[in-house]
Design a protein around this ligand. Structure first.
Ligand SMILES: Nc1nc2c(ncn2[C@@H]2O[C@H](COP(=O)(O)OP(=O)(O)OP(=O)(O)O)[C@@H](O)[C@H]2O)c(=O)[nH]1
Ligand SMILES: [Mg+2]
Length: 293
């Protein structure tokens, strides 16, 4: 995994006895791992309490308890399946700030659902902000052999989605994956844009499952969490896709997303290739995070 979990592994490997110092050092480490100061403190306090109750004798036992607590936090955020219902058409809207990986993720999802779930995806270029963004999606569409519905730069994103829904009705597909513009939204602009898209979906896409996935860049640490707070308040995303987890990610942000915001992580992306996306596994992630796996 990444170097941060190596650090935790090292930490647990060195110490033997459970002392106050161990818990203090662990808190510091968790903060370093993007847990957030409050989250790190609450977690170590909880760990201390459970260790006492379960009469944990050494660091190794504490580590196993910690892994359990961590996966409980992740499971608390609810379902970790994609939210798609079989046999039902769906529309996935990918949201997120600049450069986090939305367009790449749109292509990855199209490829994944087509090959593994027998879906017929349509990519919708609802990022009409930049001409390059539309072309970028078209290139992915060509490579994958997936249809791309696009308008001109500066067009209305809701109109692109309208056309994508029309294409789906006409038999062109059963899963619309919509890329959106990544400019840093103010909350009200985001809400307005989404209201318009919502209206289109309500009137044109009855019977569709509508999902909003927030894409976050794992390398941005606590910043990703702050973005998630804003998006949660504005549009209540159904789940998070954590991109660029292959880079220097420290990974603690995921626990705050689940624990503090109640947003489940659905997928981890670990590279630029289409196959570099995998469903999130809470138990395994918790174990890997503390170097147990
Ligand atoms: N290493 C790595 N790079 C990624 C991953 N996902 C995306 N990227 C790269 O990150 C950069 C930005 O990705 P985009 O998909 O264009 O991001 P975006 O959110 O659509 O960006 P904007 O449209 O400008 O807001 C590109 O160079 C991608 O190749 C990932 O999981 N791992
Ligand atoms: Mg993009």
């Amino acid at each position: 995994m990444n170097s941060f979990s190596d650090k935790l592994k090292n930490f647990f490997g060195k110490k033997k006895n459970l002392s106050e110092e161990v818990f203090d050092d662990l808190t510091d480490l968790l903060v370093e791992g993007d847990f957030g100061a409050e989250g790190a403190y609450i977690l170590t306090e909880k760990l201390k309490e459970v260790c006492k109750r379960e009469k944990a004798g050494d660091v190794e036992e504490a580590r196993i308890i910690l892994s359990r607590l961590l996966s409980e936090i992740l499971r608390k955020a609810g379902t970790v399946n994609s939210g798609l219902e079989s046999g039902k058409p769906a529309l996935i809207l990918l949201l997120g700030v600049n450069g986090v990986g939305k367009t790449t993720t749109a292509a990855k999802l199209a490829d994944r659902y087509r090959t593994l779930e027998d879906r017929r995806p349509i990519l919708a270029a609802a990022d009409t902000f930049r001409a390059a963004a539309i072309d970028q999606l078209k290139v992915h569409g060509e490579r994958l052999g997936v249809r791309v519905v696009a308008h001109q730069q500066g067009g209305d994103p809701a109109a692109v989605i309208f056309d994508a829904i029309k294409a789906a009705h006409a038999g062109g597909g059963d899963l619309i994956i919509a890329d959106t513009a990544g400019r840093m939204h103010t909350k009200s602009a985001l809400v307005e844009e989404l209201k318009k898209i919502n209206r289109v979906i309500e009137s044109q896409a009855k019977g569709f499952t509508f999902l909003k996935y927030l894409v976050l860049d794992a390398t941005t640490g606590r910043n990703a969490f702050v973005q998630a707070e804003i998006f949660k308040e504005a549009v209540s995303p159904d789940g998070v896709i954590l991109a660029k987890y292959d880079s220097s990610a420290r990974g603690g942000t995921i626990f705050s997303l689940a624990g503090d915001l109640g947003i489940p992580v659905l997928y981890l992306c670990t590279g630029e290739k289409y196959a570099d996306i995998s469903p999130f596994d809470p138990g395994r992630y918790a174990e890997e995070f503390i170097g147990l796996a």
